[in-house]
Write a protein that binds this ligand. Sequence first.
Ligand SMILES: Nc1ncnc2c1ncn2[C@@H]1O[C@H](COP(=O)(O)OP(=O)(O)OP(=O)(O)O)[C@@H](O)[C@H]1O
Length: 279
Amino acid sequence: MEKILISGVRKVFRIKAGGDAARGDEPGELTALDGVDLSVRAGEFVTLVGPSGSGKSVLLDIVGGLASASSGRVSIDGVEVHEPARNSAYVFQQYALFPWRSAIGNVEYPLEVRGVGKAERREKARQLLALFGLSGFAERYPNQLSGGMQQRVAIARALASDPEVLLMDEPFAALDAQTREILQGELLRIWEEIRTTVLFVTHGIDEAVFLADRVVVMTARPGVVKKIIDVELPRPRLDHIRSSAEFNACRREVWEALSDEVKKAQRDQEYVLETESAS
Ligand SMILES: Nc1ncnc2c1ncn2[C@@H]1O[C@H](COP(=O)(O)OP(=O)(O)OP(=O)(O)O)[C@@H](O)[C@H]1O
């Protein structure tokens, strides 16, 4: 059963002359997405990779109702998305925690907004912090937590409202490599229990393969879906999978689809810089 349906989504930004425009853009316009089609099944974990500027974040914003498409449509459970939906939650790269609230206060926040009573929301937030091994840090404020802990709190906060769709935009990009791998494992362990539908943007090919049921490779801007790769590695995914032949084969397949697009994005960027310096 389809949870998220993305059909023919285009996104064109009006920009000042020059700007980031590259070959193919109309004057004063920047086409970020040029007809993205993708459907995500309920309970599926889909990762999105693509060169810088391929429109991954813009697409996630449109699915999350934080931005609107110039044309095309996005629906969740058949309902067109025009504003942030109650059944979806977002996790950003920067922890985006409220600095004036403790860890538990942050996790409680979405429940508070929904009018859930104090005892119930405390209990739910406690359970979520425990899932992430943060029971002992509930009263700490964000500036008293490491980056990895802050991002655990941010994910716990996103899960507090039991979202049916979880949108994650490079949530582990700011973390060191070891912490990132640990968090990938923790996220999967929790996702195995809740099986919410996840759309996860990343620059990391290993991360994309390790987490996903399917990896979606985007083209260089203007972004469209270039290739979708099924990841048929067994679940639960334990760390040793990362060194298996199947994992490496999958990784290679993703890189083969991605590498030309990365080169193209770099050429376009050089073109922009040359145009800027010539004008
Ligand atoms: N508000 C905006 N106004 C103008 N252009 C924008 C705006 N938001 C994004 N863009 C442009 O749209 C394109 C796609 O941006 P987006 O951030 O989605 O790329 P991305 O694939 O997520 O890149 P990265 O991997 O570097 O985060 C880029 O060229 C970006 O400069």
